[in-house]
Design a protein around this ligand. Sequence first.
Ligand SMILES: N[C@@H](CCC(=O)N[C@@H](CS)C(=O)NCC(=O)O)C(=O)O
Length: 268
Amino acid sequence: MSTKSAVPIVEIEPFPVLYSYRRCPYAMRARMSIVAAGEQRALKVEQREIVFWDKPADMLAASPKGTVPVLVLPSGEVIEESLDIMLWALTQGKGAYQIAGGDARLPEHAEAMQLIRQCDDEFKVHLDHYKYADRFPEASQTVYRTQGEEFLEQLEALLVKGQSVEMIASDSIKQPGLPGLLHGQSSFVDLAIFPFVRQFAHVDKTWFAAAHYPCLRAWLAAYMDSDMFKSVMKNRPVWESNHAPLWVDEPELQTKDQFRVKALSNAE
Ligand SMILES: N[C@@H](CCC(=O)N[C@@H](CS)C(=O)NCC(=O)O)C(=O)O
């Protein structure tokens, strides 16, 4: 029998490690959830920024399917779906976005989970067709947009029903007063869906600005203006194995140069 210990496939780090890509909507929802869960930085997660054309070997060893976000826990457990990362984060922290009852599978979360599934399984398909319409010449871009609009209409109706309208209309939309899709309250469902609605709106900003979704427009603007979103959209250098950890939540750092200086220091 060999006395050699097995070589671990995944390198174990003292803190969870999130492989991320700034503009990926799946990674955005994961990062936002980690920030939301970690009020006062209670949840320390290292963020490693990647590029798709040169994925780190450590990431591919942990998750060969090669998509971001990927979260590697200190135990070696790997979470490789953005929704699962969100749910992991929001059951850890104690912030306002904590999952009530500690389990998203509880019946009280059925509506939220159903809406997220609709976003991921149906709306995302329409979004991709609409955004990259030239790659799908079977139909026109307007047809794809109309297909996606079914979901927008549903979200608009939910916002109206939840009476977030007055909240939305007020000038004082700042956390914790963010509007919410379900029962007028901001929750994980908003964080999960927001990055995809943002992408849809950005395909044709002029169209979206005039479309008949006033509440959804205000909802989107509120999340885009939130500290949470701004903090996860800061530019960072691409991770290299000699970097000191950069956390998902880095309130003191703003510019890419500041992130770079920290990454190249041996601080922390
Ligand atoms: N179902 C996955 C989807 C993640 C996903 O598709 N991410 C894209 C970026 S937005 C990706 O990593 N693509 C890999 C590539 O383009 O090489 C999740 O929810 O995490």
